[in-house]
Design a protein around this ligand. Structure first.
Ligand code: RNT
Ligand code: ZN
Length: 429
């Protein structure tokens, strides 16, 4: 374990430094502790899922690359992985499940047949851990998605199948929210789009709108279910047009009281996802976030403490919107230790939130209002050198967790004891 005294001393010092800026570090820690990060189940097994007979990520314009050993092969393994991840994170998390991760017990259950019974063991597990669940329809990795269109398909048979699937996910999600006493965000993302320039974007979008109208015709209480819509710019093999674009879903959500999911990899590379938060929150009740890291494209690299993530955290905190933004992760890196990938990403988001919570925003705002732009700039730069890391370390220590790079050892031990038994290719240490 870390040298606790060293961390406590550093914290005392940091607390004083921030107090001089008018910032209360204890209060920042308390606020951070109230933020639940929704961990995406799909980093543990490269978006494979547990459908029979054999499931894997297939099509849809997304791809997990790498073959690092230790991927979760069963529900039990995945649950164990998530518990391990949670044991290395301060604060409380949720689990974000995809419909393809149901407890199908080896039976073939098609997407238009899923029921609450296939997710009851997840709910029971979540209840035992005292966590909430979020949910997602799985509209990819399926023969009826192979033609490239699901909810926006011109083929009525295909469209009907996917409408039924998404309807069922809403019903299951509402039941999750009800049983767990925490609203479940059911996030709809579809891969529909085309590789080359289409001539009939309009009809596909019209069909998508009609499909959504039908899906949402069923009403569920909002304390159980929150419907979220995730747009996208492009995907692999879907470079020229995505039916469910940002504008499409923003328009739909505003008109129909839904929330929108901002996936940080789903915009033009020079757009700042953080800038969208205060814009969209003027018109939507809430937002969902898929915090990812695109490298040149929507590559779904592990989230790190970078400018994008900092701006997102700052904009949520500055808009006082922590209770309206559902924060989730979305990446799938199969080239590194998958447990480590979760912990790095979740800690990065926590660190960004803490950094934002330690900002003397009123002071900065008064510079801005007085036209003192140099002062604003210099102050923002000075804040980057303040000891926010000492505050995060202290947050870990009071939760009996390893700080900084120390958790590496824990993850290596878990790899040697558990993950390496899943493959004969691997050994560490
Ligand atoms: C794909 C979307 C979507 C998926 C998950 C697996 O580009 O980001 O959220 O990553 O549904
Ligand atoms: Zn996403």
């Amino acid at each position: 374990m870390a040298n606790t005294k060293l961390i406590e001393d550093a914290y005392r010092n940091a607390k004083e430094q921030y107090a001089e800026l008018g910032v209360d570090t204890d209060k920042a820690i308390r606020k951070l502790d109230g933020v639940e990060i929704s961990l995406h189940c799909w980093q543990a097994d490269d978006v494979g899922g547990f459908e029979a007979p054999d499931s894997r990520l297939d099509g849809g314009g997304i791809q997990a690359t790498g073959d690092y050993p230790g991927k979760a092969r069963t529900i039990e393994e995945l649950r164990g992985n998530i518990e391990e991840v949670m044991s290395l994170l301060p604060g409380k998390q949720r689990l974000n499940l995809h419909a393809s991760y149901g407890d199908f017990k080896g039976r073939k259950v098609d997407r238009d047949e899923i029921e609450i019974e296939h997710f009851q063991s997840w709910i029971d597990w979540a209840k035992k851990l005292g966590i909430g669940l979020d949910f997602n329809p799985t509209c990819f990795s399926h023969p009826l998605a192979d033609a490239g269109f699901t909810l926006s398909s011109k083929d009525p048979k295909i469209r009907k199948f996917w409408i039924e699937h998404v309807k069922r996910t809403r019903k299951i999600a509402a039941e999750m929210g009800k049983q767990l006493g925490s609203p479940c965000v059911n996030n709809i993302w579809i891969p529909d789009g085309s590789k080359d320039t289409p001539v009939d974007r309009n009809t596909h979008r019209k069909i998508l709108k009609e499909s959504l109208d039908e899906i949402f015709s069923e009403h569920y209480p909002e304390e159980y279910l929150i419907d979220s819509l995730e747009g996208k710019l492009f995907g692999l093999g879907l470079e020229s047009m995505t039916v469910g674009s940002h504008e499409f879903y923003l328009g739909y959500a505003v008109r129909n009281n839904k929330i929108v999911c901002i996936d940080t990899g789903h915009y033009h590379p020079t757009e700042q996802p953080g800038d969208k938060i205060s814009a969209m929150l003027q018109f939507l009740d809430g937002l969902m976030l898929h915090i990812s890291r695109g490298v040149h494209w929507d590559s779904d690299h592990v989230t790190i403490f970078n400018d994008d993530v900092q701006l997102i955290a700052q904009e949520i905190v500055r808009a006082n919107a922590l209770d309206r933004v559902h924060i989730g992760l979305d990446y799938f890196d199969a080239s590194i230790n998958r447990i480590g990938a979760y912990v790095v990403g979740a800690r990065a988001v926590q660190l960004a939130l803490l950094f934002a919570l330690l900002e003397p925003t009123d002071e900065l705002r008064s510079f801005e209002e007085a036209g003192k732009d140099f002062e604003r700039l210099a102050y923002l730069e000075a804040l980057k050198a303040k000891p926010f890391g000492a505050v995060y370390d202290f947050y870990c220590v009071i939760n009996n967790l390893p700080t900084g790079a120390e958790y590496l050892k824990e993850i290596e031990n878990y790899e040697n004891d558990i993950l390496s038994t899943r493959s004969n290719r691997h050994s560490l240490g």
